[in-house]
Design a protein around this ligand. Structure first.
Ligand code: GLU
Length: 380
């Protein structure tokens, strides 16, 4: 499959069944081979994030919990004990490759409440920029039933959306979607590529494939993850991960998988979200030079901002208007309203002396959605 080789950012979700052996300990052999697979992508300049399950499974053994369904508090206790064992296993696997990994524990709010989302994104971006592999899991120990993702397939999709990944690989013990249950129906056909998630495709996941996976998430949660990813411009690959280097095998085409294509690009999805889904909390009025730059999709610098309206916080959506009052763009502002007002008109190197910190441009180009009809749009 060409998607994997071409991707800039790849999120790989690893299910508990792959990581935790029959004795309830981490499968070091599999982990080492898998990390070699990741190291190869890194060496090609691709950024990789791992979403790793396994905390509950490892903690269960550490705490000698009986082999029965655990209560929610027991699961949370197991996750607390198992998460450190999980990270130790990943660290030991990454070390021989000279790669560092970092633990990131998220709750649903971290990907759904915008300010927390921006913060989580900035941290993960920084880790990637430093060449570190983020190893992400749900913060099972503190989440309550109401605020859980509940399964790492969906968590992985939200992470892919948050960081603008091109490919999400869901590695588990099922090699993709079938038209019927392959264990019962010899005529069941494997589906290699889904260009659009139609109700017919969704129905396949709900019925025949529902129990195809032993982890938390069955095929229905995988398709729910794929739906999130597809709308965010990210392709989803559902495949089995048991062989030592599943990513290399995928690329070579000798690993069966279902690929669900994205319905847009990550950048377009992100800009559409800024332009359409966020209620602006204020506005910035810019001079003619800045207006021209913003119309071309360039960052809005404080130097070009004439005035600040509204009460907004850092990371809020704001409208950018030209000096005639016409809306030219929307974007996520990097300063709150009070600080933005203080740095209006200042050159970039004068921001830090004024505020004691700098967060860069007023609105970064990546966080800017230019109105398609902004040229000469009347005031309104
Ligand atoms: N967060 C859970 C764990 O680490 C796994 C959830 C899942 O596999 O979907 O054990």
């Amino acid at each position: 499959m060409s998607e994997l080789a071409a991707a800039k950012r790849i999120v790989v979700k690893v299910g508990s069944a792959l990581l935790v052996g029959a004795e309830g300990t981490a499968d070091a052999h599999w982990l080492h081979a898998f990390v070699a697979d990741i190291a190869r992508l890194r060496a090609r300049g691709q950024q990789v994030l791992v979403v790793s399950s396994g905390a509950v499974a490892l903690g269960r053994r550490r705490l000698a919990l009986a082999k029965r369904a655990l209560t929610m508090p027991e699961k949370q206790a197991a996750a607390a004990a198992g998460q450190s064992a999980l990270m130790r296993a990943w660290e030991e696997a990454f070390e021989p490759h000279g790669l560092a990994c970092a633990q990131v524990l998220l709750t649903r709010d971290d990907t759904e409440v915008r300010r927390r989302w921006l913060n989580a994104r900035a941290t993960v971006d920084t880790l990637l920029g430093l060449g570190v592999i983020p190893v992400i899991n749900e913060n099972d120990t503190v989440v309550t039933e109401e605020i859980r993702y509940g399964d790492n397939d969906r968590l992985a999709a939200r992470v892919a959306q948050m960081i603008g990944a091109d490919v999400l690989v869901l590695l588990s013990d099922v090699d993709g979607l079938y038209t019927a249950d392959p264990r019962r129906d010899p005529a069941a056909a494997h589906i290699a590529r889904v260009t659009r998630l139609t109700p017919e495709i969704e129905a396949m996941a709900g019925g025949a494939n529902a129990t195809a996976d032993v982890g938390t998430g069955g095929m229905a949660t995988k398709l729910a993850a794929a739906r999130i990813a597809s709308a965010a411009g990210c392709a989803t690959v559902i495949t089995i991960g048991h062989r030592p280097s599943p990513l290399a095998a995928l690329e070579a085409g000798d690993q069966r998988a279902t690929i669900i294509e994205p319905s847009t690009t990550p950048a377009a999805a992100y800009k559409a979200w800024i332009a359409g889904s966020l209620a602006p909390a204020g506005s910035l009025v810019v001079d003619a030079g800045a207006a021209a730059a913003v119309r071309k999709g360039k960052s809005l610098l404080a130097a070009g901002v004439r005035g600040v309206d509204g009460r907004f916080g850092k990371g809020d959506a704001v409208v950018i208007r030209d000096d005639a009052g016409a809306e030219i763009a929307r974007g996520l502002v990097r300063y709150d309203a009070a600080d933005a007002a203080r740095i209006c008109g200042l050159k970039s190197d004068a921001i830090e002396p004024e505020l004691g910190y700098t967060a860069g441009p007023m609105v970064h180009a990546d966080d800017l959605a230019v109105q398609p009809s902004s040229h000469g749009q009347p005031k309104g």
